[in-house]
Design a protein around this ligand. Sequence first.
Ligand code: NAD
Ligand code: ADE
Length: 469
Amino acid sequence: MKQDYKIKDIGLADLGRKKITISEKEMPGLMSLRKQYASEKPLKGFRLTGSLHMTKETAILIETLKDLGADVRWASCNIFSTQDEAAAAIAATGTPVYAWKGETLEEYWDCTLQALTFDNNLGPNLLVDDGGDATLLIHKGYELENYFNEHQSYPDITTTNSEEIVIENLIRKVHQLNANHWHNIVPDIIGVSEETTTGVARLIQMEQDNKLLFAAFNVNDSATKSKFDNLYGCRESLVDGIKRATEVMMAGKTVVVCGYGDVGKGCAQSMRSYGCKVVVTEIDPICALQAAMEGYEVKTLESVLNKGHLFVTTTGNKDIITLEHIRGMRDQAIVCNIGHFDNEIQVDALNDSDATREQIKPQYDKYTFPDGKEIFLLAEGRLVNLGCATGHASFVMSTSFANQVLAQIFLADRKPEIGLYDLPKELDEEVARLHLNHLDAELTILTDNQAQYIGVNKNGPFKKDEYRY
Ligand code: NAD
Ligand code: ADE
């Protein structure tokens, strides 16, 4: 039988299984959804592709989706984020997985294509995406076929971005094998559930441009995702990445956190808890004022370049730390990013600059400038918590992934029209409820009178949709 996986080492499967077994008890949301839907199997008969960091937590998500009946194929959504033992454990169960730590960009996009390609060249019915790369590849391939049908030729590749060139080359290769590949698979796609802020931003753009080819669920904006994973997850996994890479003492250092959204808030709080002096940069006056009233200094990056010992980007925006910024930093400053993509720091410009790069170990590089100044870059500018450590801990991923599973059940059951959807608040509250017991948290029950007085149903929802938590 054809080996339908590509991973680092299948010999790591036992280690992966041991870690998965421990984490299952820390993921009560996923485990209770397994129990709840075990007999109904709402995903039975659906082909499902995942493009999401291939960690042990994701392994438990995959096995939940399989338990619910889905036929699953998986790739990671970042070249550095795979835990090879988790990928091995999944491959050993016969689930096709294409992911290993340290992929090249060409390998990464090939893995995404493999995850999207089921037997007989069929595509998925359902997608779980984190950052939108699976969705992007489908849309780019579809657009290329449209262009070719109109012009009988390919458009010139005008981008100079190396990753975009890889994608353009890949979709041309697919086109040469089958000129209708993406048009054949798109009609079977019911929808995608998107995990992260940056992926949702891409979906909003596509919807505004009328380019969406299928329905999309915004999992990120469930309160039990963005107000937990982005905040409490990063509060612990940021420092895990920094310390595993550098082993540096945090206390007393000046840390500059760029961006004070959900991720930035978690990062700033974490750094303060280690005794760091935290400086925040923001473009949004509301977030800037929040940071100031939490007691952080709020400054422009330019004004604190030579003060910071450590710089963390958390914005989901690009060109936050430029080469010129890096030139202005002090000797031995550490630079890292925890946002989804690596364009927050100008890594290409740094690599092309007069600084000499020396790898201390994978995902930990020292750049020495001609004047002798040294700058450390973590995970080549990719998300430091998953590149240099193992990402968020299992418990918080259970809240995120319970939302993913509920969104998938919703898509499979309701087959909604093309559009961008949020999960209903009842389900958001249900996800939270599934996690209370594990922390010995007791919920107070409203009396009938109290419920009437504040104008809510006794069993929820307890807040209006606009409530911000
Ligand atoms: P968010 O929108 O809540 O916060 C981003 C903040 O950055 C906003 O407040 C925005 O005003 C600010 N910002 C934008 N441009 C800026 C600039 N030039 N300078 C300073 N601030 C600027 O988003 P979020 O939910 O906090 O997510 C941030 C990023 O982290 C996204 O890319 C998201 O996908 C990613 N993410 C990563 C992880 C992880 O585990 N690594 C987890 C969750 C989210
Ligand atoms: N995102 C952040 N941490 C993660 C983890 N442990 N698994 C999957 N996705 C993640």
